[in-house]
Design a protein around this ligand. Structure first.
Ligand SMILES: [Zn+2]
Length: 466
């Protein structure tokens, strides 16, 4: 019995000894990764290894007591899963631990566009803007060819994904070009010349929507052409909701041999507006002739007719405020009168004019008694300042007291001698107002063309005599 107890005691003591030995003299080595076991870094970024810690029985072993051997396949410029294997040699024994490194790309690509909005053609339903785009990725580089375009809800959606499935979307707004308006146009000329007893051939009209598709509205033509009788005939073309078109058919006498192609008559009326201006405007309307009015401030109660002249499409040009020849006393007195009149013109037409006619014309000699050489100075100065002055090459003679029939003959015979005819008349003369209807009847019947003056029109300059 004693023996048994002894054995037990001995075994116990041995166990205690082994335990104490293990506790006191045996190593308990622990290898610890500093930082995470699995580390994720962005591609192209630097990886900084935090290393390991070696412990023995919970106590850190100073790093001069062991050697570390690191093995890895890490490439931070390439996405993927990598490892770092640490082999630690301590007291001639190797210990191993591994860390996982994930190199990822989470940066989405960028899309560059040359416009934020595009235009879509109403008619073709096609994008008419030259939209250009490129896609670039920090990792994949140029991935323009991977851009997907989707058209949806008046937007163009550009989508691109890089190799790591990072997606970028860019939205381009689609603007529809406004629906173009219908077009109603004449085929052929709006002025057709037919020799008397010749044949007038109607060339019709074209009526299309803004996309060029033919519209089926019936065109209503009113008016008649009588080729057996000299005159100007007006045809009117109408379709629903469109402005009407007109064509003048001029039946002329070929024996008068009018050069219908280049001959232009510029009717000019000086010294108004006045008592006869309105009548003259009505006659011009009747023949659809546009003329030029060289206006003055001589009859203030008629000044508002300047506005009428302008609104009817005639040219309003400047003559003089006072129409007194003492304006030629000096450059200053002339300009003072001129500028005062231009203010009046601006009041009624909305803008100043560059076009004018000297009282008495540029060739007048009356000015000599006020200032020698003034016309030369003024003509140069005004042209240098951008103004255009007009004289005339056909005189109606109305200012020197000619009666209506004399005025008629002066004009009809006068315009035969010029190709670009600037005709001097005065809208303050009853004789002119009375002759005008006959003048226009004859001239339009014979195929003459009329126009109003502009900065590029023939100026019919006289020579300057002072
Ligand atoms: Zn005058």
């Amino acid at each position: 019995m004693k023996k048994v107890v002894l054995v037990i005691i001995i075994v116990f003591l041995i166990s205690l000894g082994i335990g104490a030995y293990l506790l006191l003299f045996n190593d308990h080595i622990e290898l610890i990764l500093n930082g995470e076991k699995e580390i994720t870094i962005e591609v192209n970024n630097e990886y900084k290894d935090l290393g390991i810690t070696l412990k023995n029985n919970n106590k850190e072993i100073p790093n001069n007591k062991y050697t570390i051997n690191k093995k890895d396949n890490l490439d931070t410029n390439k996405t993927g899963n990598y490892y770092i294997e640490y082999t630690i040699n301590y007291k001639n024994k190797d210990y191993n631990i591994t860390r996982n490194i994930k190199v990822v790309d989470t940066t989405p690509p960028t899309i560059e566009v040359n416009m934020e909005e595009v235009q879509k053609d109403y008619c073709t339903n096609k994008i008419s803007s030259d939209l250009k785009y490129t896609a670039n990725d920090n990792y994949d580089g140029d991935i323009t060819d991977k851009i997907e375009t989707i058209e949806e809800n008046d937007n163009i959606i550009l989508k691109v994904k890089d190799s790591s499935n990072n997606e970028t979307t860019k939205i381009i707004k689609i603007n529809y070009k406004e629906k173009p308006s219908n077009k109603f146009t004449l085929n052929g000329n709006n002025k057709v010349y037919v020799p008397i007893n010749g044949t007038y051939k109607e060339s019709g009209t074209k009526y299309t929507d803004g996309c060029g598709n033919k519209l089926n509205d019936k065109v209503k033509i009113t008016g008649e052409v009588n080729t057996k009788e000299l005159g100007t005939y007006k045809l009117t073309y109408e379709v629903n909701d469109e402005k009407t078109l007109t064509r003048n058919i001029i039946v002329y006498d070929p024996s008068t041999n009018i050069k219908t192609s280049s001959k232009v008559i510029y009717l000019t009326f000086d010294d108004g507006p006045g008592y006869y201006t309105n009548k003259i405007l009505n006659i011009l309307d009747k023949y659809n002739v546009k003329a030029t009015f060289f206006v003055t401030h001589q009859f203030p109660s008629y000044l508002s007719l300047i506005k009428t002249e302008h609104e009817k499409g005639h040219t309003v040009a400047l003559h003089t405020y006072t129409h007194k020849y003492d304006i030629y006393t000096s450059v200053d007195t002339y300009l003072n009168d001129f500028n005062k009149m231009n203010e009046v013109i601006k009041e009624y037409t909305g803008s100043y004019t560059k076009l004018f006619r000297f009282p008495g014309g540029s060739s007048n000699t009356v000015s000599k008694s006020y200032n020698k050489g003034i016309m030369t100075t003024l003509a140069n100065k005004m042209q240098e300042d951008g103004y255009v002055y007009f004289d005339w090459n056909v005189s109606s003679g109305d200012a020197s007291g000619a009666g209506s029939s004399k005025i008629y003959n002066n004009v009809i015979n006068g315009v035969k001698k010029c190709d670009k005819c600037v005709v001097l008349m005065h809208d303050i003369k009853s004789t002119t107002a009375n002759a005008l209807d006959d003048i226009l009847n004859t001239l339009t019947s014979n195929g003459y063309t009329f126009d109003s003056l502009n900065e590029n029109s023939p100026t019919a300059h006289h020579g300057i005599n002072n």
